[in-house]
Write a protein that binds this ligand. Structure first.
Ligand code: NCD
Ligand code: ZN
Length: 354
């Protein structure tokens, strides 16, 4: 039996409020616990988007009633909420600020660069701005971070040019960090498989070439965090004529990486750095005393959507053979998950910015 710290996922879409047929605070935190994640940071592209006091309260109210593991909620950068000096009490109640600068799911997107400036100028510098920015817009976001001398965290990098630019920016002292998702490390654009037919392969950023994937693995030391970008859409939605982009990931991230550890593609220390130490430091998350995850390292099994707790009902890794199963999750002294059963009640989860 292997004991790990309680894992932190800095990139999760709860779909609550607004699209709870895909997922809600209850099912997303069940999926988290089953995956060994005890603290998740929730993205703001809900319905309505979370960008002011009223919408933040709405998300946090739902979370307070339903969440079974710990959490914090991101605020979204919109066209009209850029002056955070007018709302000084809000940022400390949030995980950070999320900016959507590229094609995404939902209504939050800032195209005009003049709209980026006030956010970079006024959002408190002790919390990162997280940018969904790909390729050249990522380069622009890094320039903003350098000009305004503030921490910027690049979400879900997927390309060789991205990891190389972040490496160069870090070498020059720009306060930039980044995350990569399992699907951009384990899947490429040429991949097929029962989890990836038709609309099921749609995700943002798109799955990249094998050269990009190889480059991410070669530059793992540049990557600060592993994040799921757990973005549940139902199997029926994914199989429709207008498939929304996004993959679920909370229940597959740990077995995929533990299998990679077994294959010597990374070390256990690196896994703990990227799934616990670094996200905790970057997002200034508090200690969770008496919290750990017990894993049966040798358990071999096939990933099955039918065994998952997420409401979305599918996984891009259907049928993958993995080694390493979460046996028990203890969060703040309570056994919250054991042998396939969720034991934490709704409402047990705490807002770590509460
Ligand atoms: C995300 C979603 O569905 O909310 N989809 C995705 O493909 N990653 C949106 C996002 O993270 O941009
Ligand atoms: Zn996302």
């Amino acid at each position: 039996m292997l004991t790990l710290p309680g894992l932190i996922d800095p990139h999760v879409h709860t779909r609550d409020p607004g699209q709870t047929h895909k997922e809600d605070w209850d099912t997303v935190t069940q999926a988290a616990l089953a995956g060994g994640v005890v603290l998740l940071l929730a993205m703001p592209n809900a319905k309505p988007p979370i960008f002011d006091a009223e919408t933040l309260d709405l998300a946090l109210q739902n979370a307070k009633q339903k969440a079974r593991c710990d959490y914090a909620q991101f605020l979204g950068a919109g066209p009209n909420n850029g002056d955070w000096n007018k709302n000084k009490d809000l940022p400390p109640r949030a995980a950070g600020l999320k900016m959507y600068l590229d094609s995404t799911f939902g209504e939050l997107r800032l195209n005009d660069m003049t709209l980026w400036t006030p956010h970079f100028q006024t959002f408190p510098k002790d919390l990162p701005i997280v940018a969904h920015s790909e390729s050249r817009s990522m380069a622009a976001a890094i320039l903003f971070a350098a000009l305004y001398d503030r921490p910027l965290h690049i979400a879900h990098i997927s390309l060789k040019e991205e990891v190389l630019l972040i490496k160069a920016a870090k070498e020059r002292g720009v306060k930039v960090t980044c995350e990569v998702c399992p699907h951009h490390l384990f899947l490429s654009s040429s991949q097929s498989g029962s989890g990836l037919e038709g609309g099921r392969s749609e995700v943002r950023p798109r799955l990249a070439t094998q050269e990009d994937v190889d480059s991410l693995w070669e530059n793992l030391d540049v990557i600060d965090c592993f994040a799921t970008d757990h973005a549940p859409h139902t199997a029926a939605e994914k199989d429709s004529d207008t498939p929304p982009p996004g993959f679920p990931g909370l229940e597959t991230i740990l077995p995929l990486f533990l299998t990679a550890v077994r294959e010597k593609r990374l070390s256990l220390e690196t896994l703990i750095e990227k799934m616990y130490l670094n996200p905790k430091r970057i997002f200034r998350l508090p200690d969770q005393p008496e919290t750990w995850v017990e894993v049966d390292e040798n358990a071999a099994y096939e990933i099955r959507a039918s065994e998952q707790f997420t409401r979305c009902g599918w996984t891009p890794f259907e049928g993958w053979k993995v080694r390493g199963r979460v046996r028990r999750v203890v969060l703040r002294g309570k056994t919250c998950f054991e042998d396939g059963k969720i034991l934490a009640p709704p409402g047990y989860g705490k807002n770590v910015r509460g």
